[in-house]
Design a protein around this ligand. Structure first.
Ligand code: HEC
Ligand code: HEC
Length: 188
């Protein structure tokens, strides 16, 4: 976490604390209620745009667009020349198409359960560049031991969602589909 992020996080601490509490408290009832209403248990919109899949799926999984707000996607797409230490720059037309697609399917345009929770627990002025830095995704994984993630040679980083969530690329994060390599299924 950079210093600026840390300061912003600090300023928003009270709000995030409340938001985090809301997530843990509402985890089941609230989710089930929404799942019933939209028939979308444990899903987010799938990354179904072929240009996005082609250009953004060569180094890592194609992240579901509904796991970040549009403001985050815009910033990621504006800084592809310095993309987490890699150069992922694209020509202007391709970039514009992907940016449009990501915006239109971002967390703030989505009724899916995980997108709603992710957004609800994000400070309105924060612009995370990583899904793994959002309070919601951090909260969901804060009980995982380090040897299951960073110290696990088949996972290495929480960013590799599909190492554990077998249907991540289909937009599904249901607990019954989780298999942590070397640890087996998750029966929390
Ligand atoms: C040249 C390789 C490369 C390409 C192409 C690429 N990325 Fe990445 N991306 C990375 C690396 C490296 C990371 C950091 C991974 C890590 O920390 O484990 C990353 C991380 C990310 C993350 C943050 C994941 C997290 O930790 O939550 C997002 C979001 C992302 N990329 C989106 C994109 C998008 C959108 C595109 C297409 C425009 C793209 N990437 C294309 C290399 C690439
Ligand atoms: C090391 C394995 C692992 C990796 C990598 C991982 N997760 Fe998870 N994830 C889990 C486990 C285990 C749980 C269940 C935690 C619990 O119930 O306490 C979980 C829970 C979740 C949930 C909540 C599911 C629900 O129905 O409540 C979401 C959403 C989620 N993960 C998304 C992601 C995303 C997005 C990524 C990548 C950016 C990711 N995860 C990476 C193991 C992993």
């Amino acid at each position: 976490m950079g210093r600026v992020t840390r300061v912003i996080t600090g300023l928003a601490a009270a709000g995030l604390f409340l938001a985090g509490w809301q997530v843990s408290r509402g985890d089941d009832d609230w989710g089930n209620e929404l799942a019933d209403r939209w028939g979308s248990a444990s899903r987010v919109a799938t990354a179904d745009n072929p240009v996005y899949r082609e250009e953004c799926g060569s180094c890592h999984m194609v992240y579901p667009p509904g796991l970040l707000p549009a403001r985050s996607w815009d910033r990621i797409m504006d800084s592809l020349n310095d993309h987490f230490g890699d150069n992922a720059e694209l020509d202007a037309a391709t970039k514009a198409e992907i940016t449009r697609y990501l915006s239109a399917n971002s967390a703030d345009r989505s009724e899916y359960r995980h997108s709603r929770r992710l957004l609800r627990t994000l400070a309105p002025d924060s612009i995370p560049l990583r899904i793994t830095e959002t309070p919601y995704i951090r909260h969901e994984h804060n009980e995982l031991p380090a040897q299951a993630v960073a110290g696990n040679p088949d996972v290495r980083s929480l960013s590799n969602c599909n190492a554990c969530h077998t249907q991540a690329e289909q937009g599904s994060f249901s607990e019954s589909e989780i298999r942590i390599p070397g640890f087996g299924s998750w029966d929390d």
